[in-house]
Design a protein around this ligand. Structure first.
Ligand SMILES: [Zn+2]
Length: 188
């Protein structure tokens, strides 16, 4: 696993402070490079993590009905602007052959995928594919709704606007009835 190079981040932040015409030696900014480096270490700790590694298989009794974990909060960083996007992930799947995973595992996988420079679209499919490959369920549906700081504090400046992305795998692709049931449960 690649370690995050803190001193390199510190140097880069010092350069940015200087480049915007500020004084890196000013009291309030003096320890900023160190603080940002520590923060990046935390915010980007998912860079080399594979979400599939979080899915311990728990072979349960034959539960082949819907499993839905909704409103999983997450914070990520837009890879185009390096500012946060954040919101909620909802994960639904239909287990097959009793292959289920711990519910908290789904939340941890979301976190691992979020904690890297990311795009919401990719994040949504990575989670769906990881579940699809590891648990081999009848179907998976992942929905992510998020607010992007690059759309609210700069550029088009549209605070409150939300981006919704979905990724659907397996039988749910052709089952609009099940998909609308999942959506209704998420809204309830
Ligand atoms: Zn962006």
């Amino acid at each position: 696993m690649v370690e995050i190079n803190r001193s390199q981040i510190e140097e880069a932040i010092r350069l940015i402070i200087d480049a915007i015409g500020e004084d890196p030696k000013r009291e309030g900014l003096l320890e900023t490079p160190e603080r940002v480096a520590k923060m990046y270490e935390e915010v980007f700790c998912g860079v080399n993590q594979d979400p599939k590694d979080f899915f311990d298989l728990v072979f349960s009794e034959d539960h082949e009905e819907l499993v839905l974990v909704k409103d999983i909060p997450f914070f990520s960083m837009c890879e185009h602007h390096f500012v946060p996007f954040f919101g909620k992930a909802h994960i639904a799947y239909l287990p097959r052959n009793g292959k289920v995973t711990g519910l908290s595992r789904l939340a941890r996988a979301v976190e691992a995928v979020a904690k890297r420079p990311q795009l919401q679209e990719r994040m949504t499919s990575i989670i769906a594919d990881a579940i699809n490959e590891k648990l081999e369920p009848h179907g998976v549906m992942v929905i992510i709704e998020a607010e992007h700081m690059c759309m609210t504090m700069r550029g088009v400046k549209k605070p409150g606007s939300k981006t919704v992305t979905t990724a659907v795998r397996g039988n749910l692709i052709n089952d609009s009835y099940a998909r609308s049931e999942i959506l209704a449960l998420i809204k309830s």
